[in-house]
Each structure stands twice: as structure tokens, then as C-alpha cells.
Design a protein around this ligand. Structure first.
Ligand SMILES: [Cu+2]
Length: 194
């Protein structure tokens, strides 16, 4: 790891203070401002107060532009967070005391597996007012087998069911999205090994 990283790090160019000064001097010249430096001040007849003000202005410019350039650095696209889910069969909290359980109907094997979700009210009755989506993929080869977000279908008994095609052994992830009236209430990821 460090062997791989070191050439990268040595290639990064950090400007030293001389370069920064040079850059500022060029900038000042271009903006037809008085050039800083011992000779520059006197040659241009700057008085003490003028020097002082110019230095303050420089400090202010640097103080503002450096934080700005840092905050303007390109940000990675905001990722949707899927929080890790507890084991299948355990209760997972939704909103307002509601909860759900999830799990494969049978231990999953290569091929088709059925993922089941059951949502309950705080009183323990089945809640079928949600829309549930699932996306199955292999994290190690993201996108290669992704099913995309698919709607769970609601069975007559009030179970949310989703067929999942498991095409190869390895690490799999199912991402769940629970929505109610168009609002996302919960996002979670279930990781398992096939
Ligand atoms: Cu794969």
C-alpha cells in the first residue's frame, strides 16, 4: 500500500513561500497595485500607513481566499446511505413505533431466492401501507449483477415478497428502501455470503 502511494505523494506539488510571494507580486503587478518588497515600497513612495493597510488587505485576501478554495474543492457526489441491518428475523425499527422483520423464505442458494419483509404496527398487527423496494448486487463487483430497485409485491397475507436472482457465489448485498406516501422512511443494507 505505502509502496503504491509514495510516488503519488512525491508528485504532489506544494508551493513554497517564495512561490507564493512571487505569485502575489505578479498579481499585484497585473492589478497595477504597488509591488511589495523593500525596494518596491520606497520606490513607489508608500508611506508607513499605506504599507500597513496593504498588508492587512493581503492578509484579508489570503484569509478569505484560502478557506474558499478549500471549501470549493470538488465534493464527491452525495451518496445515499444504507445502514447495515440487524440479522434476518430481528425486529428493525421504522417510524412511530412501527417495525419490520425480513429474511429469505429458505436459506438462499444459487438461483432464485425469495426475500420476505413483514411490517408491523406498534400493536403488532400487519401494516401494508408501505411500499418496499429492493436492489440485489455484489458489492465486490458493483453493478455487474444489479437487479436495480425492484418493488416488493404485497401478497394476500400482507407479506412483502421479492424474487432475487443470485447468479454466483460470493458476497451479496440487498438494499432495502421503505417508503410511505412517497417519503423514504428507512434505507438498510443486508450483507450475506452465498
Ligand atoms: Cu459476481
Amino acid at each position: 500500500m505505502s509502496m503504491k502511494l509514495s510516488p503519488l505523494i512525491t508528485n504532489v506539488h506544494f508551493p513554497n513561500i517564495l512561490e507564493v510571494k512571487q505569485w502575489l507580486a505578479n498579481l499585484a503587478r497585473r492589478c497595477s497595485l504597488p509591488v511589495s518588497g523593500r525596494l518596491g515600497w520606497e520606490a513607489r513612495g508608500f508611506n508607513r500607513r499605506g504599507k500597513y493597510v496593504f498588508k492587512i488587505v493581503l492578509v484579508l485576501i489570503l484569509g478569505i481566499s484560502i478557506p474558499l478554495s478549500l471549501s470549493a474543492a470538488p465534493q464527491p457526489p452525495s451518496k445515499v446511505e444504507y445502514r447495515p441491518m440487524p440479522k434476518p428475523g430481528e425486529k428493525v425499527r421504522l417510524d412511530n413505533g412501527r417495525y419490520f422483520t425480513y429474511g429469505f423464505e429458505k436459506p438462499p442458494k444459487l438461483g432464485m431466492a425469495i426475500m420476505r419483509v413483514e411490517i408491523f404496527t406498534p400493536e403488532g398487527k400487519r401494516d401494508t401501507s408501505f411500499a418496499v423496494k429492493g436492489d440485489a448486487d455484489m458489492p465486490s463487483m458493483r453493478g455487474a449483477h444489479s437487479s436495480g430497485d425492484k418493488d416488493f409485491s404485497l401478497s394476500a397475507k400482507g407479506l412483502y415478497l421479492l424474487p432475487v436472482r443470485l447468479v454466483m457465489p460470493g458476497d451479496w448485498e440487498i438494499r432495502f428502501t421503505f417508503m410511505k406516501n412517497g417519503t423514504t422512511i428507512f434505507r438498510g443494507a443486508y450483507l450475506f455470503d452465498l
